[in-house]
Write a protein that binds this ligand. Structure first.
Ligand SMILES: C[S@@+](CC[C@H](N)C(=O)[O-])C[C@H]1O[C@@H](n2cnc3c(N)ncnc32)[C@H](O)[C@@H]1O
Length: 567
């Protein structure tokens, strides 16, 4: 077999990127747009030692799972990868993908997963769900402006104004913009030359409000005859905000930093549940409003809030989960790396009159450990507290330093929202190896017709939840517990009080006349192989060289540990 050879394949499986997988002459081939149970003719495009890639040339016998795509350019366009697969099969594929990762990477037992995994939440109407679209503008061979989407992994524009995932109004907006460009000879931007004006058209729609935003991304500071354009766009029902965004850089990044208002408001408004949001062209906002409510509802259900809880929402974006949970919690803290998003979160809390949500700009893996360290240093007898921790990290998952602090904080419940089940599985392995138990897993199809899937997991801290039921009979006789023995036994089994670093420090100072730093106590405990769950300086020590106490201090600390029967 060699490159460009034609092969016949029976497709047996589906790869993580949605491609069909089949075998020919002992070699595994990956074929885009081929579907399980298809028999196809394909041309080899790349050969490796034991596998290769091939291009689908002809479907010889179509699979029963094959569906006529709604979109005419489904194959060429890079937006959807699996539109040709029947939707119920897409859902099975996504569930399987998550289960396989939890099994292979997370090391969870298949039977156990069968018990904790709840059925995937799919969409009733899996088309036209996106509330945001960014259309690149280009020029066709005849020199006319076109709008569409990039072909997969390229910047070649596939002209298409009727995307099956976007809102129907998008087509009307694009028709107005392209007509205007033709009439007033407004040139489309060219990535090759860096010349031309209009680069992209961003369209956003408020799902509950019907408000529409159009933002024209331009390589310049002015749009000639802009009033004519806004006048035409304003006639479309729901038009609320027309802005332009200046991006004169030679870059792949779509949006520039500066926004100028052309007509209407600077933002549109929408709701998730009861919470109102102001969304500007640069704001991050979930793109599937129907499934966002499902996802957040699930996160809220798993958080099990009664009104008394302190909740940390890490990787909080514009605070959408934080604000969604705030009404059911005592206090919510949100942490996000992008300062602009934190400003939006605070503004959205204000708009909704929410006073029990505080937001911090910074890296989750720095803000939480810093809080933990500071709290335990200032309150040595107490434990830095969180009832529920919610994490919703980007695809790379949670930082190890953050996971370590989460384990130390011993939150009763962790709700992990993930957009990448491989990194989710890796992080769950760590958390479940360090005091947590996986209780529930549910996938939510936020992006039908693409290979992406969101997963929500509930983890519960083992100690407070575990209990055993014992039946005891009191009195005299076989199998009964004599009453007089009860007091004696109770004394024996009385839980030992928690020995704090402060108690050890006070004991040493009283007996030996010198002070010992908490980091030294931690170091001695570590040298004795003791569990370091509650060492307040452990994270600090990962970043800095460990402190080594003098011998006399080591002996004094060991003496204190013996005195308190810790060793
Ligand atoms: C998947 S989004 C979740 C956003 C939000 N929870 C929501 O539902 O809209 C992940 C967020 O994490 C933020 N982020 C990325 N790295 C971070 C870090 N190290 N610390 C805090 N936030 C981070 C990103 O800016 C992004 O807003």
């Amino acid at each position: 077999m060699k490159k460009n050879d034609f092969i016949t394949l029976e497709i047996e499986d589906i790869g993580v990127g949605g491609e069909g997988i089949g075998k020919a002459e002992g070699m595994t081939f990956f074929v885009k747009d081929a579907i399980v149970e298809d028999v196809i003719e394909a041309r080899i495009t790349k050969l490796k030692k034991s596998y290769g890639y091939a291009r689908l040339m002809k479907v010889l016998k179509p699979s029963g799972k094959r569906k006529e795509p709604k979109c005419l350019v489904a194959r060429q366009c890079g937006g959807c990868q699996i539109q040709e697969i029947d939707y119920s099969e897409q859902l099975k594929f996504k569930e399987r993908k998550v289960r396989n990762n939890l099994e292979r990477i997370g090391g969870f037992d298949r039977a156990f997963l069968g018990r904790v995994m709840e059925p995937i939440c799919g969409m009733e109407e899996p088309f036209h769900y996106r509330n945001k679209a960014q259309y690149p503008i280009g020029t066709d061979r005849e020199g006319y402006p076109v709008a569409g989407f990039y072909a997969g992994r390229t910047h070649q524009i596939i002209p298409n104004m009727v995307c099956a995932l976007g809102k129907e109004i998008n087509t009307q907006v694009l028709e107005v913009v392209l007509d205007f460009m033709r009439e007033f000879q407004i040139p489309a931007y060219s990535e090759e030359t860096g010349r031309g004006l209009l680069r992209h058209v961003l369209i956003r729609t408020g799902f509950h409000t019907g408000e529409i935003m159009v933002c024209l991304i331009v390589n310049g500071t002015q749009i000639p005859h802009a009033e004519e354009l806004t006048g035409r766009l304003r006639k479309l029902p729901g038009m609320t905000s027309i802005t332009m965004n200046i991006n004169c850089e030679n870059t792949n990044v779509i949006m520039g930093k500066e926004i100028r208002l052309l007509w209407g408001k600077e933002y549109i408004t929408d709701y998730i549940g009861e919470i109102k949001y102001q969304i500007s062209p640069l704001s991050f906002y979930q793109v599937n409003p129907v499934q966002t409510e499902v996802l957040y509802g699930l996160a809220c259900e798993y958080a099990g809030l009664t009104g008394n809880e302190t909740v940390w929402d890490l990787y909080c974006g514009i605070g959408t989960i934080s604000l969604f949970l705030a009404g059911k919690a005592k206090q919510v803290y949100g942490v996000e790396i992008i300062p602009q998003a934190i400003e939006d979160a605070r503004k959205n809390a204000d708009i909704n009159g929410i006073e029990n949500a505080e937001f911090y700009a910074g890296k989750a893996e720095e803000v939480l450990p810093d809080y933990y360290r500071k709290y335990e240093t200032e309150h040595p007898e107490e434990h830095a507290h969180a009832d529920v921790i919610v994490v919703d990290p980007p695809r790379k998952g949670c930082d190890q330093r953050l996971l370590e602090t989460m384990v130390r904080m011993e939150a009763k419940r962790i709700v992990y929202v993930s957009c990448d089940s491989a990194t989710l599985a890796r992080d769950l392995k760590y958390l479940c190896g360090n005091g947590y138990e996986m209780k529930k897993v549910r996938t939510v199809d936020m992006f039908p017709h693409t290979v992406h899937v969101e997963t929500v997991v509930l983890l519960s801290h083992k100690s407070p939840d575990s209990h055993i039921d014992i039946k005891v009979e009191f009195g005299e006789g076989k199998g009964k517990v004599p009453l007089e023995a009860i007091a004696e036994r109770a004394k024996k089994y009385q839980p030992k009080p928690k020995i704090t670093y402060k108690m050890i420090q006070e004991y040493v100072e009283k007996k030996y006349g010198f002070k010992v730093h908490t980091a030294y106590i931690a170091e001695v405990k570590r040298s004795l192989g003791m569990t370091m769950y509650d060492a307040p300086n452990a994270v600090e020590e990962l970043n800095q060289p460990r402190k080594h106490p003098l011998k006399e201090k080591v002996e004094a600390i060991k003496d204190a540990l013996k005195y308190f029967e810790v060793i």
